[in-house]
Design a binder for this molecule. Structure first.
Ligand code: F6R
Length: 626
């Protein structure tokens, strides 16, 4: 979703801003723009602003800028994911106030923009776009004019009148070495350059890693005044000074490149064995004897009593993270014998849900910035429940809003379609359920220790599974013809069926649905014919025989079956048209292996269709608006 980049300091801003936008491309966008501040002719003279905007990619913005004067050491830039108004140059950011004094880039939505726009229209303001953002910059301009051109105060006054979500960066023509930033429910990070001679601004830390690892995460309702050579001045919406806390970002620049793979998605699929090792490091402890195996989770130690005594466990998440949550429900119910509900965060937040102070709300999110999940956390906190975050991005809003939690530690995920985050989330949920179940006494030592050994073996088995990539690539050629797919699974493989279908539809634009296999007879079977590929998750686990029966029902109707099976399976081979083998493991770990062929299948079908796998149409990596 929209990306903000800003720079003020000693270097030329334009290349930093463009490279920053390129690093944020993974978030998904449909237009882009940049504003470079130009100093006045002599000291104290107002400068000017060079604004370049376009529909489409950053590469187009770069070509457009080729003939323009982009010299300057301060600027702001943006990639826009359209919410108000279609994607076009006029709606792209930065937006400039009618006076030409101010420019703004904005992520989020100003919900009451219509009311404010009408008031500004009455005062003679003229608008050139359909966006809520232009309304905000005009409102800031209104206060700027009336307060004697004090930008920070004008921003404060304007934001005091806005509802909704925002991360903004505002620049002024009169002071071309100054950026004011603010946030509410939309992420914003300030990077501190050497000796504070320069500052970097962005929606997440990726654009600034090359220059600095020292960052400040803005909290909700904070405004920061950023000037080179001066400390960041941080205040809240009423002007009270806030402390500036500097964090170190632990991301290596090499993690942000494709490392020889044609797409981030394929790289991330192949990273999964190493990611799971990272995720389990220091948490899965193998003893010399199996009975000495254990799981160590600091979150369980820190909030032991509240976790052990949890009355209900509610998992909130969206998309792929919600699918991981469905697996978490089965894990916790099976190993801990606690009732678990799994909720779409977007529904939960508006449903007046029953949350009690002794409940635990587990929020799962790769980005840690999903607006609906953040709002669900807000509700949980209000009700006094313990909020437990399972997050990838360190320092993200959900990580900071959670009372405790576990980072999945799979490294930056840049492909829009989530892959390694899903397996990281499932691995964390397995560890949590094992540790909690053992603590509660609902899981005996033998099963606890044996499952830990099986979990530790998963990275190697993932590596083995990834060797099917070439075979799946060939197989994909047969399946690109399809316009509908059905994915069916049961037990732990049911959420994997949902995830496989989601992966296919988001990057190949083929309609796909996931179902619990037995539900097929209650409707979807009507769709089955010789043109309809049906992917069965048929690994050798609980309900295997029943899955076989479901397959025979499809076979009887000429459906084309592609089955994911445990290696050595002979029976499914006689029913399915195509099979993909995965190594054997126990049922509760099956998703960690069976999802990999589905990720590869979706990837290869999309590539064969010539689609932009890493940046599928309409999708955003970090969904910071509801
Ligand atoms: C699908 C995908 C999305 C995200 C969803 C939640 O591949 O990536 O469905 O899972 O937008 O995002 P996070 O996990 O960042 O909260």
């Amino acid at each position: 979703m929209c990306g903000i980049v800003g720079y003020v300091g000693i270097r030329q801003a334009f290349p930093i801003l463009i490279e920053g936008l390129e690093k944020l491309e993974y978030r998904g966008y449909d237009s882009a723009g940049v504003c470079i501040l130009k100093p006045g002719r002599s000291y104290g003279q107002p400068g000017s602003m060079e604004i370049i905007k376009t529909e489409g990619r950053v590469s187009r913005l770069k070509s457009l800028a080729a003939g323009k004067d982009t010299i300057g050491t301060c600027g702001i830039a943006h990639t826009r994911w359209a919410t108000h108004g279609n994607p076009c140059a006029a709606n792209a950011h930065p937006h400039v106030s009618m006076s030409g004094n101010l420019a703004i880039v904005h992520n989020g939505i100003i919900e009451n923009y219509r009311v404010i726009k009408n008031q500004l229209l009455e005062r003679g303001y003229v608008f050139t776009s359909d966006t809520d953002t232009e309304v905000l910059v005009q409102l800031i301009d209104y206060y700027y004019k009336s307060n004697g051109h004090v930008l920070t105060e004008a921003v404060r006054s304007a934001l005091g009148r806005c509802y909704g979500a925002y991360a903004i960066a505002v620049t002024e023509r009169e002071d071309p070495e100054h950026i004011v930033v603010a946030r509410k429910a939309s992420p914003l990070v300030i990077g501190i350059g050497e000796d504070e001679k320069e500052y970097f601004i962005a929606s997440d830390a990726t654009p600034m890693i090359e220059y600095t690892h020292k960052v400040v995460y803005l909290d909700d309702d904070q405004i920061a005044d950023v000037r080179p050579g001066k400390d960041i001045a941080l205040t809240d919406l009423v002007g009270v000074k806030a402390d500036v806390t500097v964090h170190e970002v632990d991301v290596d620049i090499s993690m942000l490149s494709k490392g020889g793979f044609p797409h981030f998605m394929l790289k991330e699929i192949f990273e999964q064995p190493d990611c799971l090792r990272d995720c389990m490091r220091g948490r899965v402890i193998l003893g010399d004897r199996e009975e000495d195996n254990r799981i160590v989770l600091s979150a369980l130690r820190d909030c032991h009593d509240r976790l052990v005594n949890a009355k209900n466990i509610i998992i909130v998440a969206c998309g792929t993270s919600w699918h991981a949550g469905l697996i978490g429900k089965q894990l916790i119910e099976q190993l801990c014998r606690r009732r678990v509900e799994v909720e779409y965060a977007s529904e939960f937040r508006y449903r007046n849900p029953v949350i009690e102070p002794d409940d635990v709300v587990i929020a799962i999110s790769q980005s840690g910035e999903t607006a609906d999940t953040l709002a669900a956390i807000g509700l949980a906190k209000k009700a006094g429940a313990l909020v437990f975050g399972i997050v990838n991005v360190v320092g993200s809003s959900i990580a900071r809003e959670s009372d405790t939690g576990i980072y999945i530690h799979v490294g930056p995920e840049l492909g829009v379609a989530s892959t390694k985050a899903f397996t990281g989330q499932v691995a964390v949920l397995v560890m949590l359920a094992l540790a909690l179940g053992f603590e509660l006494g609902t899981l005996d030592r033998k099963e606890y220790c044996r499952t830990i050994s099986e979990l530790a073996a998963i990275p190697d088995k993932m590596k083995e599974t990834l060797q099917t990539n070439d075979y799946i690539k060939d197989l994909s050629k047969i399946y690109t013809y399809a316009s509908n797919f059905l994915y069916l699974g049961r037990g732990f493989n049911y959420p994997v069926a949902l995830e496989g279908a989601l992966k296919l539809k988001e990057i190949s634009y083929i309609h796909a649905e996931g179902y619990p296999a037995a539900e097929m007879k209650h409707g979807p079977i009507a769709l089955v014919d010789a043109n309809m590929p049906i992917v069965f998750l048929a690994t050798h686990h609980q309900l295997y025989e029943k899955i076989i029966s479901n397959m025979r029902e499809v076979q009887a109707r000429n459906g084309r079956i592609l089955a994911i099976v445990t290696e050595g399976d002979e029976e499914v081979r006689t029913i399915a048209r195509d099979i993909i083998e995965v190594p054997s493991t126990i049922a509760l770990l099956a998703p960690l292996l069976s999802v990999l062929p589905l990720q590869m299948l979706a990837y290869h079908i999309a590539v064969l269709k010539g689609l932009d796998v890493d940046m599928p149409r309409n999708l955003a990596k970090s969904v910071t608006v509801e």
